[in-house]
Design a protein. Sequence first.
Length: 659
Amino acid sequence: MSNESLANLLKEERRFAPPAELAAGANVTAAAYAQASEDRLGFWAEQARRLSWAVEPTETLDWSNPPFAKWFADGRLNVAYNCVDRHVEAGLGDRVAIHFEGEPGDGRSITYAQLRDEVCRAANALLELGVAKGDRVAVYLPMIPEAVVAMLACARIGATHSVVFGGFSADAVASRIQDARAKLVITADGGYRRGKPSALKPAIDEALTKVDGVEHVLVVRRTGQDTPFTEGRDVWWHEITDRQSAEHTPEPHEAEHPLFILYTSGTTGKPKGILHTSGGYLTQAAYTHHAVFDLKPATDVYWCTADIGWVTGHSYIVYGPLANGATQVVYEGTPDTPHQGRFWEIVQKYGVTILYTAPTAIRTFMKWGEDIPAKFDLSSLRVLGSVGEPINPEAWVWYREHIGGGRAPIVDTWWQTETGAIMISPLPGVTETKPGSAQRALPGIAATVVDDEAREVPDGSGGYLVLTEPWPSMLRTVWGDDQRYIDTYWSRFSPGLTRPDGIWRYFAGDGAKKDEDGDIWLLGRVDDVMLVSGHNISTTEVESALVGHPAVAESAVVGATDATTGQAIVAFVILRGTATETPELVDELRAHVGKTLGPIAKPKQIKVVGELPKTRSGKIMRRLLRDIAEGREVGDTTTLADSTVMSLIQSQLPPTGSA
Ligand code: 6R9
């Protein structure tokens, strides 16, 4: 990448001030930035006091052996006690912790007192099954309350959980169980997806033919479908938990005790087991949930639509919200079952006030049309969050307008499995927001954009996003592979490795630019930056320009090898329901990109398709589209949410070569 820039083409002039009422009563004001920059460690020490410690920490950060951090190392706490018991002890036992909404329409509301009892019973069951502090437990469950209970039961007894997304195949589960050396697996007979029961347990049975060391499989009954059972190994969740005591004394664990491992797929190589520990992780998950969503636990109804199998589910369904005593919705299923208004029906039913979802979902709702949310009462919504990918300005504006009623501020939250919690985001009562920008590092967080030589770029330029100070919820290592931790995240821009300036810089793998105000715009993974005739152009910016045209619902842009320009821009677009594909429209789209970003960014080819290849967490897999654009056989599709998408796309396209 050349020094001068990644693309810095997109001009987005719209600005939205925080609503006055929200600003007046906001949990966090602009003063937090100043306070944290004066005394960063003091700021985090203060945030750690949101938690209940059995032994208060006296140390904040130990960075004597970088890049291996210890936070609050001499403190001891129990994470499950912090998420559940302490709220009951504070007299909030009758507050609803979880409104569970099953896909078939069943549901139950679980109070903090009930959650406490369930977590204690599950913890006692794990102990009966021989699970001890330090053991690893794999969790492979649908989005049901038992998933939350299972994670908290592990945390309570000091077992490290490794949640594997319920959509992953037997092989993917097997490699994760093997790498973590899990002793127990918690699964279910199945879950409901798209209106039908979908089996889970058979994948575990298959996975366990390939790995050893798993002593028991604990099986939640969710769908009641026929389920093979291995005598002696498999145990029904309800049978074992029903006979347990609802009392369990939470033992305090060290702040640096491993809380969980979560595997990130990565584009190459075997999945990395990202390790998170207890005190620092919970501190930042709780603080950011309080600050970024302005959570008022007594009155808000919060809903994060992520799956528990992703980091967003860990930090913003389980640990952050529960540590803060929130009332939240947990929904099992898909957004279009039984109809395309299901999300909005849920918002209306529970009076959801804070909604946290992903750009891929928002673009899908745009494609379905605004008349669908318009049928529901969404007036309870007061803060809207976005996570997972850069959000295109047009999708941002649509979200604000058609879901947020033109009032609710949007917080575009940048973070990663590795960062554990939100790092860059507007604050809803403080920030004047800009559609498409995550804007500014949160109080206590240091982020910037550097060039190839690790020099900070001036405002108005692009480069690589780096984090320049350790943070409480940072990953501690890659499970079992310290060297890979150093190589992947720290070697590119840090001292002793490649730089003499003494600053440790965490390389996130994302391209970014700073605008004239110093606000940060994320430009996608650096692998997704195109080099066209010597200019760096980000796929994100071209995609946003396309989505800015009224005929386009979604787009994915790749750089294909080109003899004259190095790379040529190839765009795949999904049209909105009202538009039809014509050569004139394709020309118009190309001209529209040229007008928005400049002629250099005009796609050489635009291909109209019905679907885009996405991972199960909704990220577009551009690598597969590059295979198509370059006329290669399509590579590994095992992490796609829907494995048939690639053949569908190919069948919709004319033979390679034509636009
Ligand atoms: C939380 C999560 C991390 C990658 C990250 C970046 C992309 C996430 C984003 C965003 C732009 C945002 N990403 N949030 N890009 N704006 N608000 O998604 O974790 O699954 O580990 O993915 O997602 O590329 O590096 P994870």
